[in-house]
Design a protein. Structure first.
Length: 91
C-alpha cells in the first residue's frame, strides 16, 4: 500500500548562524518538533549535502538517569543496582 502524503505542507524556515556557530530555532520550528528547554535534536548529514533534523526521543538509559538524579521512594533500585542484580540474576 503506498504511503499517504503528509497533511502538513512543506514550509521554509530560516535562521541566522552567529559568530559562535549558534542558531536560535524559530518558534514555529520548536512548536512543530515539540521542543522545550532541555530537548535534544539529532542531525543526520545527507550524502549530497544538507541535513535532516529531528527531536531525540528519550532512551531508556536517559529515563533511568533522571530517576537516579532525583529522590527515590524507599525500596526502589537505582539503574546501577539493577545492573548489578541482572549480573547476579537476582531480582
Amino acid at each position: 500500500m503506498p504511503s499517504r502524503p503528509s497533511s502538513i505542507p512543506a514550509t521554509t524556515i530560516e535562521a541566522t548562524v552567529t559568530s559562535k556557530g549558534q542558531v536560535t530555532l524559530p518558534k514555529a520550528l520548536r512548536n512543530h518538533l515539540g521542543l522545550k528547554t532541555g530537548s535534544r535534536i539529532r542531525f543526520t548529514l545527507q550524502p549530497k549535502g544538507g541535513f535532516k533534523g529531528e527531536r531525540v526521543k528519550l532512551e531508556l538509559e536517559d529515563l533511568w538517569r533522571f530517576a537516579d538524579e532525583g529522590p527515590r521512594p524507599e525500596g526502589v533500585m537505582s539503574f546501577e543496582e539493577m545492573n548489578q542484580a541482572k549480573a547476579r540474576r537476582v531480582w
